[in-house]
Design a protein around this ligand. Structure first.
Ligand code: C2O
Ligand code: CU
Length: 488
């Protein structure tokens, strides 16, 4: 057996082993054929490792859904079976799939009715860390999401361990994340450690869809008061720790599947080297803290050179400690209580301005041929969030000619950050300190309160593309529009 053949077999066997672990069985026809996956959307009883059982929406009975892992260029054939009582769809967040496969109800397809199925077929490329989620109503917050990992054709790296960590905000009540609960916690404080205590977890069993305060009866929901923040469906300390040996090089694929929470993450006793943002390689650089808004992914690596038991923990932006954590435990240190990071102003935070794209060639930018101003506003006692003062579906359409470079200038005129996401494309984040070929390649970018941010994309994937804030509650309250163009 020649070397390539042997390596090929080895790869496919480990792919099968991985599939067994997640409950997915790709067809044994190997890389050249389609990988088939079945995702059944259904109501399921969920437990996050502590707190009560509750009913949420799940894929294949679990939330997050199974990890889908493919090789770059491989065809995926994912059959979605809808066993919910509501319509649903799946969106492949970050992957530039053909428009008809993009999963936006009423824009790229009719939503899949209860009892029916839909097959999503596309080629998975480029390599990177992505996720999939329902794009119907509040279903993202109710639990319908999972990781989608596209491996490079030629393996790179030399990591001793790789972990996919999906971060999610939860309301631990029937109805999942969208159920509303009283804003005041019995512990008094709004947030902080007390909020994560057991006393809180059993409360808040109010009906789904209840609206708070003085909102119009048919108006949008506002974000619920989240009671817990889970890593791969576990509230700390219930989840399995990341086990390492001294000297290991560990890669973490962090995915923020939360509906309305941004995380600043720090690993006690270690620093994190950023490898990729939104799945696209950057020139590696090391920081103390990495920030992930809703819809963003960050790949980091660390070297296990400080034996002990530690926490990778989030400092919830603007809200104090969130309680999101996962333990990193060295061999032989299973019995030590994990130490959390201490957040202090001296820590270095990975911002967009500290990083540069590693692959200069793709996605040309600079000298845009079309330029759109996008004013983001809302809040101030209104449940509505708008772009240029208009609410989706009555918002404007952004058009382009095929092949054009299009610039979007976001002006955030509100007091809250908006992670803006464009479907079907990568964009470059304009950074005048760098030449355009080093501008970050992303699909979701945070526009900070009262700040401006510019992005640029090439109109190279014709169709009607949804463009919106990835805060689910802002999106559902109108902060969305369409980018539309046809083939030349
Ligand atoms: Cu994560 Cu419109 O999507
Ligand atoms: Cu927003």
């Amino acid at each position: 057996m020649d070397y390539t053949r042997r390596r090929f077999l080895h790869t496919s066997l480990s792919a099968l082993a991985g599939a067994a672990a997640t409950g997915l069985w790709p067809m044994p026809g190997l890389a050249a054929t389609e990988q088939r996956v079945e995702l059944v959307a259904q109501e399921s009883r969920i437990n996050l490792g502590r707190g009560p059982d509750f009913t949420a929406y799940a894929f294949n009975g679990q939330t997050p859904g199974p990890v889908i892992r493919v090789r770059e260029g491989q065809r995926l054939n994912i059959s979605l079976k809808n066993r919910l009582l509501r319509p649903t769809t799946i969106h492949w967040h970050g992957l530039p799939v053909p428009n008809s496969m993009d999963g936006v109800p009423d824009v790229t397809q009719a939503a899949v009715p209860p009892g029916e199925s839909f097959s999503y077929r596309f080629r998975a490329r480029p390599a990177g860390t992505y996720f999939y989620h329902s794009h119907f109503g509040y279903q993202l917050d109710q639990g319908l999401y999972g990781a989608l990992i596209v491996e490079p054709t030629r393996p790179v790296g030399g990591w001793d361990r790789e972990e996919v960590l999906l971060l999610a905000d939860w309301v631990v009540a029937d109805g999942g994340g969208t159920a509303t609960v009283p804003r005041r916690s019995p512990m008094g404080g709004m947030m902080g450690r007390g909020m994560m205590g057991r006393g809180m977890m059993g409360r808040g069993m109010m009906g789904r869809g209840m609206r708070r305060g003085t909102l119009p009866p048919d108006g949008p929901l506002t974000e619920p008061y989240y009671q817990g923040y889970a890593v791969n469906g576990h509230l700390y300390p219930s989840g399995p720790p990341i086990r390492v040996k001294k000297g290991d090089k560990v890669r973490l694929r962090l995915i923020n599947a939360s509906s309305s929470t941004t995380y600043d993450l720090c690993l006690a006793g270690h620093r994190l080297t950023v490898l990729a943002l939104d799945g696209q390689d950057v020139t590696p650089k090391t920081f103390d803290v990495v920030r992930l808004a809703m819809g963003e992914r960050v790949d980091v690596e660390f070297v296990a050179d400080n034996p002990g038991a530690w926490l990778l923990q989030a400092h919830d932006t603007g809200l104090g400690e969130s309680g999101l954590a996962v333990a990193v435990v060295y061999q032989g240190r299973q019995n030590s209580p994990p130490k959390g990071p201490r957040f202090h102003p001296g820590l270095s935070l990975a911002t967009y301005w500290d990083l540069a794209a590693a692959r200069p060639k793709a996605h040309p930018a600079g000298n845009p041929q079309r330029w759109y101003r996008q004013v983001l506003s809302g809040g101030m006692h209104s449940p509505y969030w708008s772009i240029n003062g208009r609410l989706y579906p009555d918002s404007e359409r952004l058009s382009a000619a095929p092949g054009e470079k299009v610039r979007l200038s976001y002006f955030n005129r509100s007091m809250i950050a908006h992670p803006m996401h464009l479907h079907g494309h990568f964009f470059r984040v304009v950074n005048y300190a760098l030449p355009p070929e080093r501008w970050l390649v992303k699909d979701t970018a945070i526009v900070e309160p009262m700040r401006r941010l510019d992005v640029e994309f090439v109109a190279d994937n014709p169709g009607n593309w949804f463009h919106h804030c990835h805060n689910l509650y802002h999106m559902e309250a109108g902060m969305a529009n369409l980018v539309t163009y046809t083939r030349a």
